[in-house]
Design a protein around this ligand. Sequence first.
Ligand code: PLP
Length: 352
Amino acid sequence: MDLQVLPLVEKKAPIADESKLVFGKQFTDRMFVMEYDADRGWHSARIAPYGPFILDPAALVFHYAQEIFEGLKAFRRQDGSIALFRPRDNFERFNRSARRMCMPEVNVDFMLRALKELIRLEADWVPRSEGTSLYIRPTMIATEPVLGVKPSERYLCYIILSPVGAYYKGGLNPVKIWISDEYARVSPGGTGEAKTGGNYAASLYASTQAASRGYDQVLWLDAVHRKYVEEVGSMNICFLYDGKVVTSPLKGTILDGITRRSILTLVSEEGIEIEERALSVDEILDGVESGRLSEAFGTGTAAVVSPVGQFTCGSRTVKLAGAGELTLKLYNRLTGIQYGKLPDPHGWVETI
Ligand SMILES: *Cc1c(COP(=O)(O)O)cnc(C)c1O
């Protein structure tokens, strides 16, 4: 497929102060867009000035939430070059989400080529200071204007870019986690494994309640027993329990995180055993108290590794010390590979 580059009429002012970047609030000058019609397939791929879409109010995405997205980052390296982290994995997951949501798949090689071209044009927007990056948001929405519950015959796929500041300023600060034993995010057979907006819409009520009580994130339990750990907000979660790294298995209700996958590889390189099983709430609460559970951290593209400092479930609260030794080591190893400060033996990094 051809990729057209449309002229940019007006350039925004560049990033004024990289220390003031707020996640997801500022976007670059250009975006990638392509359209799909059932009879033509994907067409009209272009890099266009960033701007609003005109959509019919009946467009299916507004009514029945047929939507998927991805999240990945580009990193500025010390030699000035720009690198993507496992971008192919993201577009492959985009296609898995598409299949689950009855949406058309994209050509992974074409998407990678388009993304790299977009970032080359927007290279000025990749920040340079320590810990900053360019967040990349591929998205697909159903645009057919019809009020009928069915897969759309038309779609829009686009990629927008947002420069982001350092997630951690002065050390990995631990988060306070609210364990929800009342609300569930997804259920078995549902869409938990797809990166789709509806999962997030369903999570807002509990996370708003958690935030109003002073918690940073909600830890979701399985919808059947309300007992076993699934994941946290937009992160998977790992525990150092009895000296092993324990993390929930991929059984269709949690997202197959690329950070999770990468961290597990690094953990096994440390010679630490991995157990893919769902810890129970009691194992967490009792484990912290008895010392069997010594570290806990979330994994996801935005925060990379996010240490947990506190778990609360109902009236019970347990506290962990700050970021643990393993948590720090994994954070440093993974960001070291991403920013090109450490070797990349697994070929995770693709320079542009
Ligand atoms: C995106 C996401 C993650 C993390 O995935 P990464 O590929 O590591 O960024 C975890 N859980 C949910 C629900 C997500 O949407």
